[in-house]
Design a protein around this ligand. Structure first.
Ligand code: UGA
Length: 430
């Protein structure tokens, strides 16, 4: 099938490369020409496991091309995927300015095309946005009728950063919200060679499935963190507890890793948008707000624990290992490390930080920290160490690596260290 992808962030690019690897022809469209140049040269602009190799292959085989011209992308494809971001506004609601603009532009491009075309929304958008904003824009700017001249589907993504390509190629399920049967059929055909159940449903159900999935996963983490906080006070290891809990098949062992709270560009943003949406319809979402509140407090706990262990932080050298919001990514958006660094700086600490991938991005937020080239360099002479991302590298750290510290206080915010290799450390809630 001929596909165009509008927006080449980590989600759009993984989707484009994934479809291209399944022998479709993909046009990646973006307004950022520098990004497109990189993609055209076979270089991934984002760090994603496996993406670089697969991108190189599909560009070489000419299964993937780039264009900054939306008319060209629409004219030369049968299906267009909207993959633009939907960031948070100050009040927590979803900022739909990119969705608004792209759907207008797509409408204009559709007005110049004679044959039937399917527009698929992949971006995360509040329930009813496709019906209330995207379709009216498409109809107005194309002068055409939805369901007759063009089709519309809502096909949410469930890609985790860092493993986006693998999640795309091996999904648990594929959700197709469809306005008209013809466009739904086209998507079913596109996904025919994926080994996953397909759920065909309406547009607003598909939109809500995405929000409910992220809200559930985020609140599952907050639940584990709450139990962890109680466990810590009782001298119980929450990881042992969650192993016992997660083996109940109704619960599952996933997303029960307690720590400094969920970060990243999705969970907080989507929870806030759902909270905001609920309030606009007069419902008070106490459960969702609880999950969010707990998450905001969780990073502060590790700083409080540190202060209990070392006393005043003023002028003390604190080593931070791990800045990314999770391993295998250079992304620091909404990372718990940001909140922790702010707290440490507030108390006058001096920070020496190391991360295998995320230093450049973190430096943009905090240019004044001391950034180190290795974990050992960051540990040298420090008064305490906080481990904030569970990078694989950190699992290999040994006692001798920590022996270069001035004062041996080691606290993990994520389960990262190997107790067979390192002695005397504690976790934020274990
Ligand atoms: C999340 C969802 O997992 C994806 O399904 C979804 O498509 C994506 O958001 C999105 O909406 O685009 P992502 O934010 O990339 O994916 O990362 P996750 O692996 O879900 O981790 C999010 C945060 O939760 C990380 O900070 C991670 O360390 C934390 N986490 C995760 C925990 O603290 N405990 C856990 O048990 C699992």
């Amino acid at each position: 099938m001929k596909i165009s992808i509008v927006g080449t962030g980590y989600m759009g690019l993984a989707t484009g490369v994934g479809f291209a690897s399944k022998k479709n022809h993909v046009i990646c469209m973006d307004i950022d020409k520098k990004r497109l140049d990189k993609i055209e040269g076979g270089k991934s602009p984002v760090y994603e496991t496996g993406l670089q190799d697969l991108l190189e292959g599909v560009v070489e085989k000419k299964n993937l091309e780039v264009s900054s011209d939306l008319d060209y992308a629409v004219k030369n494809s049968d299906v267009s995927f909207i993959c633009v971001p939907t960031p948070s506004k100050r009040n927590g609601s979803s900022d739909l300015k990119f969705i608004d603009k792209v759907s207008r532009d797509l409408g204009l491009s559709l007005s110049k095309k004679d044959s039937y075309h399917v527009v698929v929304v992949k971006s995360t958008i509040p329930p009813k946005t496709t019906e209330k904003l995207i379709i009216p824009n498409l109809e107005e700017f194309s002068g055409k009728r939805v369901g007759k001249d063009f089709g519309v589907c809502m096909n949410p993504e469930f890609l985790r950063e860092g493993s986006a390509l693998d999640d795309f190629l091996n999904p648990d399920r594929i959700v197709i919200g469809e306005l008209d049967k013809r466009s739904g059929d086209a998507l079913v055909e596109l996904y025919a060679n994926f080994n996953a159940p397909i759920i065909r449903t309406g547009l607003k159900v598909a939109e809500m499935i995405k929000y409910a999935s992220n809200a559930f996963l985020a609140s599952k983490i907050s639940f584990a963190n709450e139990i962890g906080n109680v466990c810590k006070n009782l001298g119980i290891d929450v990881y042992e507890v969650m192993m016992g809990v997660g083996l109940d098949h109704r619960i599952s062992p996933h997303f029960l890793r307690a720590g400094i709270g969920f970060g990243g560009s999705c969970f907080s943003k989507d929870l806030k948008a759902l909270v905001n949406k609920s309030k606009t319809i007069g419902y008070d979402p106490v459960y969702l707000e609880g999950a969010l509140n707990l998450n905001e407090r969780q990073p502060v706990r590790i700083v409080n624990l540190l202060r209990k262990r070392v006393g005043t932080l003023r002028g003390r050298d604190i080593c931070i290992l791990g800045l990314a919001f999770k391993p295998n990514t250079d992304d620091v958006r909404d990372a718990s490390s940001i909140r922790i660094v702010k707290e440490l700086l507030k108390f006058g600490a001096k920070i020496r930080a190391y991360d295998p991938k995320a230093i450049d991005n973190f430096r943009e937020l905090f240019p004044g920290l001391l950034y180190c080239k290795t974990a050992r360099e960051a540990l040298r002479g420090s008064d305490a160490c906080l481990v904030l991302t569970e990078w694989e590298d950190f699992k290999n750290l040994e006692d001798k690596d920590f022996s270069v510290m001035k004062n041996r206080v080691i606290i993990e915010g994520r389960k990262a260290l190997n107790p067979n290799k390192v002695k005397d450390f504690e976790g934020v809630c274990w």
